[in-house]
Design a protein around this ligand. Structure first.
Ligand SMILES: [Zn+2]
Length: 280
């Protein structure tokens, strides 16, 4: 369980590449449809270069990306890997009870975020929303509502960029702009960071430490972003959730109707099974 086999690595790489294409494509459409070029600038007024903007809209070339799967193994991280940074993201919350954490990524979104909030309110569940800075800048009132409802907000970069292999100044800008936007909208400085695509690097982890944000990954991924069907999302979550699990879902980046429907089923089921939700 310690390491992936070659075929595991290959299939993981193919899977990650497909996912990147889907997410980058969907994200690009969403952004270009809802925000003007004004919002493509950082909060300090700096306009990203053409390369920076197109990096969000188009998938990077083959071989240019390293995902979490190349860097660390998911369920049994290897203790001694000299090439890996000294710290690593959280995959589980550590609690003796049947606590689990729900994370909702890629919003805020004017259609799906309010629907998710209604469900969380109905079942009195507190979650963590990993927000994309550009979306916060476009919908600051939604970010504020999320915070006012008592949920936590994590920094999820400015452009939903894969930060691996990005220069330090770009990593810093992606994180700093987003924290600034979240603070402007909610009055709260985010204390959590989630890397898009689960793509972590030593630079990203160091930047998290520098900005006093805890890097957070996940342990249950029902792949709701791929819209596999409500039953598939429900089955995946119910099958894989354990005490301490961090569950990944999405309220932005595309049509998330399946996610909302699945949440309406899994929230009461998980509560019935004795789990309780804690923020990360
Ligand atoms: Zn994301």
């Amino acid at each position: 369980m310690g390491n992936f086999s070659v075929s595991d690595r290959n299939s993981a790489a193919v899977f990650a590449a497909r996912r990147r294409r889907l997410l980058l494509g969907v994200g690009g459409i969403t952004l270009t449809s809802v925000v003007g070029s004004r919002l493509l600038s950082g909060p300090a007024g700096h306009l990203p270069s053409h390369r920076e903007v197109s990096a969000y809209r188009k998938p990077p070339g083959p071989g240019g990306l390293v995902t979490r799967r190349n860097l660390v193994t998911r369920r049994a991280p290897v203790a001694h890997r000299p090439e890996y940074p000294p710290d690593r993201p959280l995959y589980y919350i550590h609690d003796d009870s049947r606590a689990i954490a729900l994370t909702i990524d890629d919003g805020p979104d004017p259609v799906y975020t309010p629907q998710v909030l209604r469900l969380l309110h109905q079942y009195r569940v507190t979650a963590t929303f990993s927000m994309v800075g550009l979306h916060v800048a476009a919908y600051p009132h939604l970010a504020r509502t999320v915070a006012e409802d008592g949920h936590h907000i994590a920094n999820h970069t400015w452009t939903h960029s894969n930060l691996v292999h990005r220069p330090v100044h770009r990593v810093h800008a992606e994180l700093a702009w987003t924290s600034h936007a979240i603070h402007s909208a909610t009055g709260v400085h985010p204390q959590l960071f989630r890397a898009p695509y689960g793509a972590w690097s030593a630079t990203v982890l160091r930047q998290c430490e520098h900005m006093r944000m805890v890097p957070v990954d996940w342990s249950v991924d029902p792949r709701d972003w791929a819209r596999p069907g409500v039953r598939s999302i429900v089955r995946n979550i119910m099958h894989n959730t354990r005490p301490g699990s961090i569950i990944l879902e999405h309220d932005g980046g595309g049509n998330r109707a399946q996610t909302v429907d699945a949440l309406s089923i899994v929230l009461p089921r998980l509560l019935r099974e004795g789990y309780h939700f804690r923020t990360v």
